[in-house]
Ligand binder design. Structure first.
Ligand code: FMN
Length: 329
């Protein structure tokens, strides 16, 4: 068994999500059985310059294990040096971002731009593998575009360069986050390489994970947006993988209790002053789709006083519980 499949046996992996998969959110995902979490992408240049903000992304704690740290960059020497710095923080996995389609990243030659220059991608992977003792993984898209779909080639290059696994998001870079993740690309990669393949893209409910495993024969699945406001998805996936039937969705009181725990983690790890800003998006995800939540969500989007925010939230959940106690959220 390889490192990555060992680390996430019978469960799913939390995807790297910029601005989201910080330490508090990772701890929440782990509470629901998430087997392996990734940090958001960290700039290799920032790491080498040791900027305080960049080093902040590496913040972790003993419960935050196993952990993959993802870095991005376009220069093999800088990526190797950044990997060495990350290695000092003892991550379980070091992941290389070769899939980010965001302009700010691709214009520097990094992220998905590397799918347009496979020899350079190969040099980066080889340089990083030489620089660290940890397993190195490569996260990629299906290709830059439909016409230039080359995940199979990049996966083979990654394998030859010593990568421990590849993670394949079935969208092309030029799709951004629209359209759908083409799982047949994940299946093609799985047939092409001997190292483990992690499938990613469009797992929104627990049964999607089983469908992806069956359709692509990938070794593990990674969940991104499906976990936003819904860390219960990891529990559901574990239940189905264990052959059990899917448990109930969380009741209102459980949802509210989780919101409070997540907030406490934010305050503990970020401090009360910064917690509010970072937590607001989670609140919006946790309350999405709840009955008559429009006004509350609008107010929360603007609110700066956390005591007032929680007073309103508590009142909303209390009233809802009174009037519709049967709701599974
Ligand atoms: C808000 C957001 C931030 C993301 N940040 C990263 C990132 O830092 N590194 C990365 O490799 N992918 C990033 N992604 C892509 C996800 O990891 C994942 O590949 C993609 O969302 C598809 O999976 P999903 O359908 O389960 O969300 C990001 C996606 C979103 C929506």
């Amino acid at each position: 068994m390889s490192a990555i499949t060992d680390l996430c046996k019978n469960t799913a992996i939390l995807a790297p999500l910029a601005g989201v998969t910080d330490l508090p959110f990772r701890l929440v995902a782990r509470e629901f059985g998430c087997g392996l979490c990734f940090t958001e992408m960290v700039s290799a240049n920032g790491l080498v310059r040791e900027t305080a903000k960049t080093l902040d992304y590496l913040k972790t704690c003993p419960e935050d294990r196993p952990l993959g740290v993802q870095i991005f960059g376009a220069d093999p020497a800088v990526m190797a040096e950044a990997a060495r710095i990350v290695g000092e923080h003892d991550p379980d996995i070091l992941d290389l971002n070769m899939g980010c389609p965001v302009r700010k990243v691709v214009k520097t030659g990094a992220g998905a731009m590397l799918m347009k220059d496979l020899p350079l991608a190969g040099r980066i992977i080889a340089a990083v593998v030489r620089a660290v003792k940890r397993p190195v993984t490569v996260k990629m898209r299906a290709g830059w575009s439909r016409a230039a779909q080359n995940a199979v080639q990049l996966a083979r290059i990654a394998e030859d360069a010593g990568a421990a696994a590849v993670i394949v998001h079935g969208r092309t870079a030029d799709q951004g986050f629209s359209g759908f993740s083409d799982w047949s690309v994940i299946a093609d990669v799985k047939r092409a390489v001997g190292i483990p393949v992690v499938g990613n893209g469009d797992i929104r409910k627990p049964s999607d994970a089983l469908d992806m495993l069956k359709q692509t024969e990938c070794d593990a699945v990674m969940v991104g947006r499906g976990a936003l406001g819904n860390p219960w998805i990891f529990q559901g996936i574990s239940e189905l993988l264990a052959g059990a039937s899917l448990g109930n969705r969380p009741r209102l009181a459980e949802r509210y209790a989780l919101i409070r725990r997540h907030w406490d983690l934010e305050v503990r790890h970020r401090g009360a002053r910064l917690a509010g800003r970072s937590f607001r998006k989670h609140l919006l995800w946790y309350t999405k789709g709840l009955p008559s939540s429009g006004r509350l969500r609008e107010a929360m989007g603007k609110m700066t006083d956390s005591d007032r925010m929680f007073a309103e939230l508590e009142e909303y959940f209390r009233l809802l519980e009174q009037t519709q106690p049967e709701i599974m959220t």
